[in-house]
Structures are given as C-alpha cells and as structure tokens.
Ligand binder design. Structure first.
Ligand code: BMP
Length: 283
C-alpha cells in the first residue's frame, strides 16, 4: 500500500495533479497531516481561527456558504493567510448535480469557488458526468477533486458497492483531476480494480476528535491514531475539536483566551496526527 510510504516520496505518484503534489510537499515541509475545518458563520471568526492555527495545519477546509457576511474580501484575506502560513484551501462544497450545473456552481455565483479553492469534493450520485463538469472548470486552474467514497456519519449510505463505484470512477479518470477521497480508510486499496495498475490517491478523513465520540446529530469521531495509524488515511480533518472554544460572542479578554485555546488545540491535533503517521511509516 502506498500509505506505508512517506508523504514526500509519494509526490511523484501525482505527476498529473499539481494540487496533490503541493499537499504532499506541504505535509513534509510542515510535518503536519492536519486539516482544520472552520465551520463558523462570521468572517472575523473564520479569519481569527485560521490565523491562530495556520502554522499547525496543511489545509483549511471551508463551508463558504455558511458565512453570513461573505464578500470577496474574505477570499482575499483567506488566500493571504494561505500564503503567510503555507496551507492549501479546500472548499467542502459536496457538489451533487449534473455536469452542466456543477460547472456553473463551481465557477460562478456569489462564491466563485474555483477561483480560490485549491481542491473541492463531489458526490458520485449523479454519475461520472459530475467529474467532467467540474474538470472542465478546475483542470485548467490546476485544481483537484475528491470523491466522497465514504462518510463519517451514522447510517451513511456511502458504503459497499457505492464506495467501490467511487474508487472505480477515480481509477477511470485519466486526467488525474480526481486526486483522492473523503473516506474512513484505504478505499483505494480495498476496492482497487483488478484490471488496472495500482494508482496512488490521497485519503482525507473527517470525524476526528480526541475528547468526544460523537455529537447529537450522527457525527462519529475516531482518534488521529485510529484514522492515520490503524486505518492508513493521509489527512485528519478536525472541526469543533479545534475551534470549539470560539463559538459564542464574548468580551475581548474572553475572545483572546478562546483564540489561544484554538491555537493550542491546533498544535495538539497536529502532534497527534504526526505521531500516528511516524508510527505508521516506521512500523
Ligand atoms: P467536526 O470535526 O466539527 O465534526 O466537523 C467535521 C467537518 O467535516 C464538517 O465540516 C463536515 O461537513 C465534514 N464532513 C464530515 O464530518 N463527515 C463526512 O463524512 C464528510 C465531511 O465533509
């Protein structure tokens, strides 16, 4: 399995995808496999969280459509922070429509996702036309796409033959635009098509927490060790476990303390993720 190779030695496996190469190189440079998921509704909160954890992470994941005061200045500031702290941007858009519609949703509208997000993701529910629609926009910009082969939530229908179909679609994507999966384990190994040479893909995994096992709406958490070491995934995605302290309005002193707590949690998850990775490659 390619997951037993160091991140840096896998760069050459992604000759056709600049975003994937950049992610692997960033992981080596920063000694981190941590993606922070910044699911907050205010521009200032988003930027403060990203500035606090920027040093610890290799990737910032956004749900840009939940930001109430979104404007293009947020994009300007977020991309400036990406330069300052050396991370890539992942808009977790979960496209799920026909090719023509997703190409418009990706390129246009209020958010113009393709213009600023290094990678994004899609459900394969509509069929492989969704990949073609997104590739038309993303490929010329050097972007990458992840397929949601599995999900972390209780009762997910993304399993079994549906997961296999995602892996096959990725293997059939000759251009290399599909660079990986959202999944809970090495689906690229488990469902590798027998009639094709093995290819490398990145596996990014949400549902990661060190202190709790789930939430009230079906989220299920595993530890970085379970995700990176035991399951062989490449990137841990952590949301509330990191930014949880900064969710309510408070005075300046309390806010400053919350930002410091966010920074601390970022470092904690970076260390846990990297330790699990070192254990994996040295095993
Ligand atoms: P948290 O760590 O706070 O539970 O956040 C997880 C993040 O990952 C959320 O942004 C969610 O949309 C996303 N996510 C997930 O939790 N499970 C999946 O299977 C796929 C996701 O994108």
């Amino acid at each position: 399995s390619t997951s037993l190779q160091p991140y840096g030695s896998r760069v050459g496996n992604f000759a056709k995808n600049a975003a994937a190469r950049n992610i692997l190189e960033t992981m080596e440079r920063k000694q981190s496999n941590l993606c922070v998921s910044v699911d907050v509704t205010k521009k200032k909160d988003l930027l403060d969280i990203v500035d606090a954890v920027g040093e610890a992470v290799i990737m910032v994941k956004t749900h840009i459509d939940i930001v109430e005061d979104f404007d293009m200045d947020l994009v300007v500031q977020l991309t400036a922070l990406a330069k300052k702290h050396d991370f890539v941007i992942f808009e977790d858009r979960k496209f799920a429509d026909i090719g023509n519609t997703v190409s418009l949703q990706y390129a246009a509208g209020v958010h113009k996702i393709a213009s600023w997000s290094d990678i994004t993701n899609a459900h394969l529910v509509p069929g492989t036309g969704i990949i073609d629609g997104l590739a038309k926009v993303g490929e010329p910009l050097g972007r990458g796409l992840l397929l949601l082969a599995e999900m972390s939530s209780k009762g997910t229908l993304a399993a079994g033959e549906y997961t296999r179909a995602n892996v096959e679609a990725a293997y059939n994507n000759e251009s290399g635009f599909v660079m990986g999966f959202i999944a809970m384990g090495r689906v690229d190994d488990k469902y590798a098509p027998a009639d094709k040479p093995k290819r490398d893909f990145l596996v990014l995994t949400p549902g990661v927490g060190l202190d709790v096992t789930g939430d009230a709406m079906g989220q299920q958490y595993r530890t970085p060790d379970e995700v990176i070491y035991k399951s062989g995934c490449d990137v841990i995605i952590v949301g509330r476990g990191i930014y949880g302290a900064l969710t309510k309005e408070s005075d300046d002193t309390a806010r400053q303390a919350a930002v410091e707590s966010v920074r601390k949690q970022g470092n904690r998850y970076r260390e846990a993720g990297w330790e699990a990775y070192l254990k994996r490659i040295n095993h």
